[in-house]
Design a protein around this ligand. Structure first.
Ligand code: ZN
Length: 265
């Protein structure tokens, strides 16, 4: 029996769902993602839960997808196999969080990178510690079309998203707040308390009112084409997994490439 890679606790009407692989900077392997999806499904079906906090144990929210596991198990996937794997675990699981019918808050410290950036930005609100940093370096490091869910222009603005993806830069929590991607930045030691206070405030509102408010807010993005754009990008991303550029990087070792990029700067 594997150790659970997701922790869930209830604090009143708040459910805290936490990535629990701190020794691997909460890198998302298959087990963690499957457990994360199951945790959101359980929170959805539990009427006592009004607000969900998505957090990460340890010093980092998440360094992204587990590329060591990807290299070992999926390096030689066919188009069909990779499509099936990434559609379910990266795209559908992400959209499950986006479409989650109750308010969600990402609680972010340390690294929030690539696949970590993707799931944090599926949440309605983000509270970040002052040591948090955001990056999606995979266009630089893996030669793929970003990550599977191109939420970036929707949460950062087009100009900043281009700079962010073209350069693979790190964005500080303060800069992320300035562009409106993050709601609040607090000292690292206050992160959990500040996120809980915000969640408790939201949980005072009537749940059905919140549910339909969220639905309308998300629909205002859908009428601008969010869902179609994300869906189209997923297809393009799959194509970028089959290029000569990607294959040459894969053959050198995915995890080595990303490790040097996460550690740099
Ligand atoms: Zn991919």
């Amino acid at each position: 029996m594997n150790q659970p890679l997701i922790l869930t606790i209830n604090i009143g009407a708040i459910r805290r769902i936490s990535l629990n692989r701190p020794q691997a900077r909460n890198a998302q392997n298959q087990q963690l993602l499957d457990e994360l999806s199951a945790a959101f499904e359980a929170a959805k079906n539990d009427d006592s839960v009004r607000v969900v906090i998505l957090a990460g144990e340890g010093d980092h929210f998440s360094a992204g997808h587990d590329l060591k596991e990807a290299q070992e198990k999926r390096a030689n996937f066919t188009v069909e196999q990779r499509w099936a794997y990434e559609e379910l675990r990266y795209f559908d699981y992400s959209m499950q969080i986006w479409d989650f019918p109750k308010p969600t808050i990402a609680q972010v410290q340390g690294a929030c990178v690539a696949g970590g950036f993707m799931i944090a930005n599926m949440c309605d609100l983000i509270v970040a510690a002052d040591d948090a940093f955001f990056s999606d370096p995979v266009s630089q490091t893996l030669a793929t079309a970003s990550v599977e869910v191109l939420i970036h222009p929707w949460v950062m603005g087009l100009r900043k998203a281009k700079e962010f993806l073209y350069t693979g830069m790190r964005m500080t929590a303060a800069d992320a707040k300035e562009i409106g991607m993050v709601n609040r930045v607090v000292a690292r030691q206050d992160l959990e308390t500040a996120t809980m206070e915000l969640a408790e405030r939201i949980a005072q509102a009537a749940p059905f009112g919140l549910k339909v408010t969220k639905k309308s807010l998300n629909r205002s993005m859908d009428v601008q084409g969010l869902r179609e754009a994300l869906s189209a990008h997923f297809d393009t991303h799959q194509l970028s997994h089959m290029t000569e550029e990607f294959k040459s990087i894969r053959d050198k070792g995915l995890s080595n490439t990303i490790k040097s990029s996460v550690n740099k700067g």
